[in-house]
Design a protein around this ligand. Structure first.
Ligand SMILES: *Cc1c(COP(=O)(O)O)cnc(C)c1O
Length: 456
């Protein structure tokens, strides 16, 4: 690494070097012929500091990973300590304190009945693990005919082939569809897609009816139903009533299929409770965690499951029942240590209480947008808020995707010091929990100005 890169940064040079050798995710690289690439050298709190000294408020928590701010000193100190002890060790046959402590803490804080932790490296990998483990559970229990999954319309569970298979966001899925498994899709309980006048609870109840009908036809061949509890994030921050999860738990029990809760985005306090499932008082059979798990420091994921699942694999070697899924970096000590330091902050600080106040402030600040002629919906669940831009308020007809209105909001944000990264025509806020009320004001004001430019 070239020291000069940090000592005397020349932002344009850095951006040019990047664009000549790198290939970025979720990006049509051609866009960068006009869209600036933003080199970042530092982060502090809710802010990113660009190579040119310009500051950007990270309104999207760097893809929903960051919880307590960039370069959070307590997580940083734990990592520095861990660096001098053990950077990595094979995780088959060997273990280490950060992994053990992390697993004990996850079992303690996740809903009752979740007692076993399997580690992986990122969110998609956790989904792969949960899908394989559910299938393999039924196989070990003598139900090899269960080979399929049920997912919700509008769901997003990652972009590796298995995780993409159970996702329903056209942008990511359509092109690769010929390579994918074919899940059954149940209509999402998404409140925005409800009938006029229907309450969120009524939408949920009606959609549980659809799920029941699907299970009546397919439960015999179905391993699991997989959902994002309360908020379908990448699908457009679509939100639904908690009663859907309670009803889904009962249906999964009745029809003998697993319930996989993908809390990769909504876990760790995002929705107001530590885990979104708590708001429905349900324990899934598998809970997938990642993103905020390490406070946004390092890639790591966990699948937390039940003793019943674990016992289905526990047998003499010759029985051939062992679960097989291994990543070279499984249980990486640095990542686990970042996670234990992150969970320690939840014990030391009144995180959820503070988030409640911040969420209330955010709600007050975005409320006026509901009257905007090009806003079809303003919705919020805890520290996630979204504003749906529409071409026509009365019919909620969306702007054509090719208009790229969201991109205009993004550009406006960059020019004015905020990292806003709309999902299509949906402008959303998912800031780090260390954001201040004044920073929320700045974030929302910048977004409103951006929306005005975008819809003009
Ligand atoms: C981000 C996300 C994933 C995938 O996680 P990666 O670490 O990006 O692979 C899966 N599910 C949900 C709900 C997510 O938001």
């Amino acid at each position: 690494m070239n020291d000069a890169l940090f000592a005397a940064p020349r932002p344009d040079a850095l951006a040019a070097r990047d664009l000549s050798v790198l290939w970025h995710p979720c990006t049509q690289m051609h866009d960068h012929e006009t869209l600036p690439m933003v080199p970042v050298l530092r982060g502090e709190g809710a802010w990113l500091v660009g190579a040119d000294g310009k500051r950007y408020l990270d309104a999207v928590s760097s893809w929903w990973t960051n919880l307590f701010g960039h370069a959070e000193p307590r997580i940083g100190a734990a990592l520095k300590d861990q660096l001098d002890r053990l950077e990595h060790v094979i995780f088959a046959g060997f273990t280490h304190p950060p992994a053990v402590e992390l697993a004990e803490e996850l079992v303690r804080i996740t809903p009752p009945g979740l007692e076993r932790v399997f580690l992986a490296d990122n969110g998609s990998a956790a989904i792969e693990v949960a899908l394989k483990m559910s299938f393999h559970y039924w196989l070990n229990r003598g139900h090899g005919e269960k080979t399929r999954f049920i997912a919700l319309t509008g769901s997003y569970h990652g972009e590796t082939l298995g995780a993409l298979s159970v996702s329903d966001v056209a942008l990511y899925r359509t092109t690769y569809a010929p390579l994918l498994l074919t899940p059954e899709l149940a209509p999402s309980p998404d409140t925005y897609e409800g009938e006029p006048g229907e309450t969120p609870r009524e939408v949920a109840t009606r959609r549980l009816g659809d799920m029941r009908a699907l299970l009546e036809r397919h439960a015999h061949e179905t391993c699991a139903v997989i959902v994002e509890p309360l908020v379908q994030c990448a699908g457009g921050m679509r939100m639904y009533d908690a009663s859907y999860l309670t009803g889904l738990r009962a249906l999964c029990d009745e029809f003998h299929v697993h319930f996989i809760a993908d809390e990769i985005a909504v876990g760790f306090g995002r929705t107001g409770t530590l885990f979104a499932c708590e708001q429905a008082d349900v324990s899934p059979d598998f809970m997938c965690l990642s993103k905020g798990l390490t406070g946004g420091f390092l890639p790591l994921s966990a699948v937390v499951t039940t003793d019943d699942v674990y016992q289905a694999f526990y047998a003499e070697y010759a029985a051939g029942k062992a679960f097989l899924h291994s990543h070279s970096y499984t249980g990486n000590p640095l990542a686990c240590r970042a996670a234990t330091a992150t969970l320690q902050i939840f014990r030391d600080d009144p995180v959820l209480e503070r988030n409640r106040e911040l969420a209330a402030h955010l709600a007050r600040r975005i409320a006026p947008l509901a009257d905007h002629p090009h806003v079809g919906d303003v919705r919020q669940t805890g520290m996630i808020a979204a504003v749906e831009l529409v071409a026509d308020k009365a019919t909620r007809a969306p702007f054509p995707a090719t208009d790229r209105r969201g991109l205009r909001v993004y550009r406006h944000g960059l020019a004015h010091g905020a990292l806003l990264r709309p999902l299509g025509n949906i402008v959303y806020f998912m800031p780090p929990y260390v954001i201040t009320p004044q920073e929320i004001d700045f974030m929302v004001d910048t977004a409103i100005a951006g929306i005005e430019t975008a819809v003009a």
